[in-house]
Design a protein around this ligand. Sequence first.
Ligand SMILES: NC(=O)c1ccc[n+]([C@@H]2O[C@H](COP(=O)([O-])OP(=O)(O)OC[C@H]3O[C@@H](n4cnc5c(N)ncnc54)[C@H](O)[C@@H]3O)[C@@H](O)[C@H]2O)c1
Length: 354
Amino acid sequence: MESVETRINIIGPALRVLLREGDKLPLVRWQSDSVADAVTLDLSEDILDGLKLAMGDQPTSKAVTIDGIGTFVAEQVTWSGRLAGKVAFVTGAAQGFGAGIAEGLAREGALVAVADMNHAGAQATAARINEAIGAERCVGLAVNVTDGDSVASAIHSTVKAFGGIDIVMSNAGVLKAGSVKTQSESDFEFVTRVNYMGYFIVVKYAAPVMAISHALDPDVWTDIIQINSKSGLEGSNKNGAYAGSKFGGIGLTQSFALELISDGIKVNSICPGNFFDGPLWSDPENGLFAQYLRAGKVPGAKTTDDVKHFYEAKVPMGRGCTVPDVLRAIYYLVEQLYETGQALPVTGGQVMLN
Ligand SMILES: NC(=O)c1ccc[n+]([C@@H]2O[C@H](COP(=O)([O-])OP(=O)(O)OC[C@H]3O[C@@H](n4cnc5c(N)ncnc54)[C@H](O)[C@@H]3O)[C@@H](O)[C@H]2O)c1
């Protein structure tokens, strides 16, 4: 028989479908203690069949206690927003694009697991978003996307908090630029492990949870969205580790899309242009503008603003990519029910597809 963790990962998403009252899936919270009026079930070997049979007699239950597993409490979604009640798992969400994406999704009504290797940062970001929107929509979780056990544990915590996962944002990423002639193998491997292998590990542990809702109701579709880069669409000088990891990510997206379509999971990448306002570029000490100024990389530049203008001028639309630009692409991919396996550029015209 499956472990208790695996059973919770199956029962939570299944109950979201079985306890649904309207068109939106409810929020389902797991807790160890029972609650008053909970229906008590004793499940046999086949969890899904057992649940379907048992819940057929209990269509209006609000809470279900399962012997040896715990209690699942359902809350119907009464709030509005274009993602109302959808559960999102966002990696690398303590700062940068990830934090902005988490906030945008929560503002549109999603329940968001703000997951990051920087656990304190993830918790602080979750608390800040909850306060800003005046609702408990986010939880902050620790995750290291290069470690399968850590990812499995964060996915499980998300299921316990919200009942399942509808949107995975594989956003955690790192950059170490360097010439192929001098870059250390350990730097190359570090970038590859986070950006390329980390994406595989996140999908590996999230997909089985996401597949359950579609297995019970073929009209339920879910989304895996990788935050890729314009460097996944064209090479990047002295930045091969990063560009290679991002090109590889698009290969994974296309392959996962083909495989997971039968589980009702769409898989796409978003390829943003440079996010000049984020910490990677704008951190006053270690940001790329400060680094490039110190290194004299932009001829004639005297300030970080000069460096910024130099890079903005490379973009046909004359500015960097912003969080709202990326959010629009996410809403498109989630709402579009006739596309999968794509790499969607959001580059202000800097990279155009053939
Ligand atoms: N900044 C840009 O200009 C830009 C442009 C295009 C694409 N991107 C992509 O957007 C994504 C986010 O970039 P950003 O600029 O916001 O980065 P950032 O450095 O501001 O934030 C990245 C976050 O990921 C976390 N992280 C790093 N390694 C991790 C791991 N192993 N497990 C879990 N979390 C980890 C960090 O703690 C950090 O909070 C990346 O995939 C990046 O490649 C960035």
